[in-house]
Design a protein around this ligand. Sequence first.
Ligand code: SAM
Length: 195
Amino acid sequence: MLDELVLGVLERLQREDAEERERGLPPMERSRQVAATTGRFLFSLVAPQTDCEVLEIGGSRGYSSVWLGAGVRYLGGRVLSLEQDPAKAASWRQNVSEAGLADWVDLEEGDAFATLEKLEDVFDVVFLDAEKDDYEALFALARRRVEPGALIIADNVISHAETLGAYSAARQADSTLVSVTVPLDRGLELSTVLR
Ligand SMILES: C[S@@+](CC[C@H](N)C(=O)[O-])C[C@H]1O[C@@H](n2cnc3c(N)ncnc32)[C@H](O)[C@@H]1O
C-alpha cells in the first residue's frame, strides 16, 4: 500500500539522495538508491503476486526495500534485504520502521555471501543490487534459492555495461531462463527461471 507513511519516506530519501549528489559525496557515502521509476517498476512487479517472497541483495538505506515492501503488503508476502554496511543498516531500520513496513520487511545485516550460504528459504523474486563485480557469484548463490517461475532482477546492466554486459549475455544464453534487458533508468536484467 502506498500510504502517506510510505510516500513520506520515499520522498525524503529522494530529496536526501539529490542533496548528497549535489554536494558531490563519493558514491560509497551515498545511498546509491535506484531511480524513482525503477522503484515504481519493482513495486509493480511484486504487488500483483500472492504471498510474494522477495530477496533483496544490497539494501542500503532502504529506498528500494520500501518500494518492495509496500508492494508485497497488498496480497501478502515478505521482503528479506541483505546489507553489510552498519551505518546503512541502521538507516535502513529507521526508514523501514518510519514507513510502517517493519512487519513486511526484514534486514539481515552482514556479508550477503555468508548469508546466502546459510539461507534455506525459497524466494519468488530476487532483486540484485550490490557491487557489480559480485553479480555473477551472487546470482549463482541466489539461483539456489529459487524455483521455476521465479524472477531474478539485476540493476545497472546498462549503466555498467562494461562489467554487466557479460552478466546479461550469460543470462540470455542460459536455456534454463528467459532473460530480457529492460532499458529503464540504469537498465534492468529480468531473468525468469524455467527449470
Ligand atoms: C547500489 S546500493 C543498493 C541500493 C538499494 N537497493 C536501493 O535502491 O535503495 C548497494 C548496497 O549493497 C551493499 N553491499 C555490497 N556488497 C554487499 C555484500 N557482499 N553483502 C551485503 N551488502 C552488500 C552496499 O553496502 C550498498 O549499500
